[in-house]
Design a protein around this ligand. Structure first.
Ligand SMILES: NC(=O)c1ccc[n+]([C@@H]2O[C@H](COP(=O)([O-])OP(=O)(O)OC[C@H]3O[C@@H](n4cnc5c(N)ncnc54)[C@H](O)[C@@H]3O)[C@@H](O)[C@H]2O)c1
Length: 255
């Protein structure tokens, strides 16, 4: 069990990738706090996972809520060893249709939310003398994507936050890394995965020739939260079936 005796905190754990990470962490022996703005969703999953999981309500844009949740987790499970910054939202529309409100909301939840959750949880990791922070970015954090100006800017910001935080927390023995998933068939985009035309078409856009699953991301999160990753920090891990590996021109590969 790779996370035995570890206490982990996952934001946005009530759905999709966060829920898969929570399942994998508990299976690997971690006691896991499921933070979500959607408390009923987190509670339902906690009930399924049993005594090693507990749900806490927290909006990642609210530092007070995050601090209260982190303190409650630490009290309940006895300290904290790892934070997974996973909560995120997406707005898909052209630049011309993006409003100032859209931009601020995406930056607030997706980027500032990770900074604030780190502010709330890192002091607990420092107390431990060791820790792991895993920030869920995206391949939209290493390359542009159409109709997602705010989302792409936030995800690039997460990669920058990850590298800078890795430096600042190195003296505290805390490793900070980013996960960059591609198209994962989570509730966020299940309608695309299940679309008769787009689903099979987009499945061909990567070297694994299928859509990613939340479990694919969870497996890498387990590694990055574990002691196996003690010599890994400031890195981005793509979980994209090789999609962002390089340019393939039409007709160069037949699949
Ligand atoms: N699904 C994909 O293809 C994909 C690809 C790359 C990156 N990602 C990233 O993975 C992360 C999880 O995405 P998902 O597909 O599982 O989405 P999801 O919509 O299935 O789950 C997101 C969870 O975050 C929670 N949440 C939203 N706003 C919150 C807030 N302000 N405070 C606390 N919790 C909040 C939601 O309640 C939900 O439980 C996001 O950061 C997303 O950008 C997803």
């Amino acid at each position: 069990m790779r996370l035995e005796n570890k206490v982990t905190v996952i934001t946005g754990a009530g759905s999709g990738i966060g829920a898969a990470i929570a399942r994998a962490f508990v299976a690997e022996g971690a006691r896991t706090a499921l933070l979500d703005v959607n408390l009923p969703a987190a509670e339902e999953l906690a009930a399924e996972l049993g005594g090693d999981a507990a749900a806490f309500e927290a909006d990642v844009t609210e530092l007070d809520q995050l601090k209260a949740a982190a303190d409650a987790v630490s009290e309940r499970f006895g300290g904290i060893d790892a934070l997974v910054n996973n909560a995120g939202i997406r707005i898909v529309k052209s630049f011309l249709d993006h409003t100032e409100e859209d931009w601020r909301r995406i930056l607030d939840v997706n980027l500032t939310g990770q900074f604030l959750a780190a502010k709330a949880v890192v002091p607990h990791l420092i107390t431990r003398g060791k820790g792991k922070v895993v920030n869920v970015a995206s391949i939209a954090g290493i390359g542009g994507r159409p109709n997602r100006v705010a989302y792409v800017a936030a995800k690039f910001g997460i990669v920058g936050l990850t590298r800078a935080l890795a430096m600042d927390l190195s003296a505290n023995n805390i490793c900070v890394n980013a996960l960059c998933p591609s198209m994962i068939a989570s509730p966020l985009n299940i309608s695309l995965a299940e679309d008769g035309e787009i689903g099979p078409q987009w499945a061909k856009d990567n070297l694994a020739r299928r859509w990613g699953r939340p479990e694919d991301v969870a497996k890498v999160a387990v590694f990055l939260a574990s002691d196996d990753a003690d010599y890994v920090t400031g890195s981005e891990y793509r979980v994209d079936g090789g999609e962002a590996t390089g340019l393939i021109r039409a007709g160069e590969m037949t699949i």
